[in-house]
Design a protein around this ligand. Structure first.
Ligand code: PMP
Ligand code: GLN
Length: 413
């Protein structure tokens, strides 16, 4: 096989999905809702399929179905406070995942350094490596807290350590805001710190904002592309799947300056070329409706985070009652729990690289019927061991699913 894929064959999602399919589990593992997308986007999808316009079932423009790139330009123009050109500053991709892939392939060259903030969505490391880049990691550190629940805001970057990670070879910083798996929502001040370093060192920023609408407790989601000097160096990535609770549709996008986006288009046209037309049409109609009711109570972008905040609190309470410690997330789909207090004496594994959280999750799936994700997969080899006492739960689930999880957690032994 080609050298570029050496060592990249192991994948947590493949592993966990397989294990989950072999056992009866309450699945709080992989991040997807087990509830339906809103009726208006499902109806738009069906309308597209049944449309008199036979072209709805055929190829559309390769870089994005015109109605979708037009509404993305309009919507993000408003969010980012600038005019966005639908044709050369927006690219529609097969999920946010493909947008990430296009960025790494298009912008990262052999030997380029890519700064990744830990814990991180696992594919950034593999995608950087596949492009020949060298990932450079910086962990968010939990600060000591007593007398209250720890939140994702208590995990912080050390400004001096971050500044030290920038070298002449740094090509890009990868930001995931709100973050998966921690749920951290970066403050304006934290983003300014990152932005100032990007500007100073002339570095790109890949800002993965797939959970942009899922921010809780009245926190503000600040888009790094709006900070001074950042539009011209930022690619903002989003997901129709996360936005409309339809992860199986795999519609994503990249938005950024044309001098960068043109290179992402080159990768897209030489790999995927085209995304499903009807799914793009449905996401376009969904965004059109949401733009009309932006900020109003009837907006899905208001009702979904309200629902999810309630679910987050419910799961956090179940977890804490079981003697584990929730780190309350400020945003996103996930909650990580500190399992130190309940460490089981788990047998040594045949795989010497297997950490406590890996073993615990396997035991939970096979013996307790509850699936979660070991948090060490969201860390580099050098820092994994320090964070092996955390596991990640997805709370974008029906209340009945959360009730089942609660019952299992009550019997946590
Ligand atoms: N980025 C992050 C942080 C994610 O958690 C995910 C998984 N949903 C993706 C990107 C990929 O999104 P999509 O399903 O739209 O490809
Ligand atoms: N983003 C989702 C998660 O973190 C799904 C990951 C995937 O399917 N690669 O669980």
């Amino acid at each position: 096989s080609a050298r570029r894929i050496e060592g990249l064959d192991k994948n947590i999602w493949v592993e966990i999905t397989k294990l989950v399919s072999q056992h009866q589990v309450v699945n709080l593992g992989q991040g997807f809702p087990d509830f339906s997308p809103p009726q208006f986007v499902k109806e738009a999808f069906i309308r597209a399929l049944n449309s008199e316009n036979s072209l709805m079932n055929q190829y559309t423009r390769g870089f994005g179905h015109p109605p979708l790139v037009n509404i993305l330009a309009l919507f993000f123009g408003k969010l980012l406070g600038r005019d966005i050109n639908a044709l050369d500053e927006v690219l529609v991709t097969v999920g946010a995942y493909e947008a990430l892939f296009c960025f790494f392939q298009a912008m990262v060259d052999d030997g380029d350094e890519v700064i990744i903030i830990e814990p991180f969505f696992d594919c950034y490391e593999m995608m950087a490596q596949m492009a020949g880049g060298r990932p450079v990691f910086i962990p968010l550190q939990p600060k000591p807290v007593s007398g209250r629940m720890v939140t994702s805001a208590d995990w912080e970057l050390d400004p001096a350590e971050l500044a030290n990670k920038f070298t002449k070879r740094t090509k890009a910083v990868i930001l995931n805001n709100p973050n998966n798996p921690l749920g951290k929502v970066f403050t304006r001040k934290e983003l300014e710190l990152i932005a100032d370093l990007c500007v100073k060192h002339d570095v790109l920023c890949l800002s993965d904002e797939v959970y942009e609408w899922l921010v809780y407790d009245g926190k503000e989601h600040v888009r790094i592309a709006t900070l001074p000097g950042m539009w011209e160096r930022t690619v903002t990535v989003g997901s129709g799947g996360k936005t409309f609770s339809a992860t199986g549709w795999k519609v994503g996008w990249a938005i950024g300056p044309k001098q960068v986006l043109r290179h992402l288009r080159t990768v897209h046209q030489n790999t995927v070329f085209h995304c499903a037309t009807a799914a793009q049409q449905a996401v376009a109609e969904g965004l059109t409706k949401e733009l009309e009711c932006l900020g109003k109570p009837e907006s899905y972008f208001i009702s979904l985070p309200q629902e999810l905040q309630r679910k987050r609190d419910r799961l956090a309470a179940s977890i804490n009652a079981a003697g584990l410690k929730s780190i309350l997330p400020e945003g996103g789909y996930f909650l990580i729990a500190d399992v130190t207090a309940t460490r089981f004496d788990l047998p040594d594994s045949t795989d010497p690289e297997e950490l406590y959280d890996d073993k615990l999750v396997k035991r939970m799936i096979t013996e307790q019927g509850l699936a979660a994700i070991p948090v060490s997969v969201f860390y580099s080899a050098e820092h994994k061991k320090e964070f092996e006492n955390y596991i990640r739960f997805c709370f974008a689930k029906e209340d009945s699913t959360l009730s089942k999880a609660e019952k299992i957690l009550q019997e946590w032994k």
